[in-house]
Design a protein around this ligand. Sequence first.
Ligand code: MG
Length: 407
Amino acid sequence: MYGAILGDIIGEPYEFDGGDKTKDFPLFDDCPMFTDDTVMTVAVCDAVMKAGLDADESEMKSAIIQSMHRWGQKYPDAGYGGSFYQWLTSKSTEPYGSYGNGSAMRVSSIGWFFDTMERTREVARWSAEVTHNHPEGIKGAEATASVIWLARTGSTKEQIKEFVAKEFGYDLSRTIDEIRPDYCHDESCQRTVPEAISAFLEGESFEDVVRTAVSLGGDTDTLADIAAAMAEAYYDIPEELIFKCGYYTTKDMFSVFRRFDKLRIGRVDKHNLLRFKKAQESDFKNAVKELMAGCKRSHWMWYVFPQLKGLGLSDMSNFYGISGIAEAQAYLDDGLLGSRYKKLARLLLGLESDNAEEIFGQIDAIKLKSSMTLFDAVDPDNMLFNAVLNKFFNGERDRKTLELLKQ
Ligand SMILES: [Mg+2]
């Protein structure tokens, strides 16, 4: 859900083909603003929590209708589409056959609440049907919630692509470069959701997905909202962006976020990355402080600069040992762990000394080398790790790490 809100805020300045169809733009402009996408995302989330996760169709639908009216009236100038605004301000609560992309841009929280795909799709369908009861409007909501559910429960992008093409019939065969030239503002589900899913599939990180979606042009806030909601479930969101999410919205929205965080089911942690997060909770700050002073003093090497399993013999190095490429990739993709690791690499590059033994001591200098060798092998395009290896080890890699990776 945070992804949806960030996508909305980041995409907003470029809506109505107002951008240059490029991935190269400032992530937040001078005056970041949320729009109808955010208000309705919050409204649906609030409604599902109020109705209760076990609510039946009529309870859920009436909660959603009420909540959308309440939040819509609270934020009447958020940029709603004409028909939706009419629905919002009229006494009638009947659906009006819409296939607009509004059903997909507001649905993301539903991807996070339920154990099964069936229940996720059912509630997504209800959330669409209260206004967008055209088959395309319903399909857009169900497809979006399904992708989020699949992404957070550990499906690969290939599996997600296959599922969506088979289940919903969307054409996901085009690359973003193929879609972009002819793509223009279109507020229908059928011309927004497949494109947003393509941006999610092609993007390489949370931020890259948002940039890819915005680069399509058209209804950029909604495209980015949908794509980023999926990216959040697949990659998680860097901590500083979650903070921005609270900063650029309102207090009443924030209280919905807090309840959402308590109730939602987390992403599947296939590699038990939580062990690093727990260990870093108290020690990451110390690591930063010590390295800034140019000298490591306390013991945090295992979980701050993790290396491949099998290199060390102690219980600690075994417990925090990384099992292989997939886990190392997940570590870098993790919003918190990946951004912290890169932060430390930058910090090391900024130090005056280029003597790793002086900073880390003899044994931990070797661990630094093997850790950087590992992450450089996983993400060779990221020049940071390569630069650390160049600066401290004359560009030499740890031979044992490379050998283990080959096995
Ligand atoms: Mg909007």
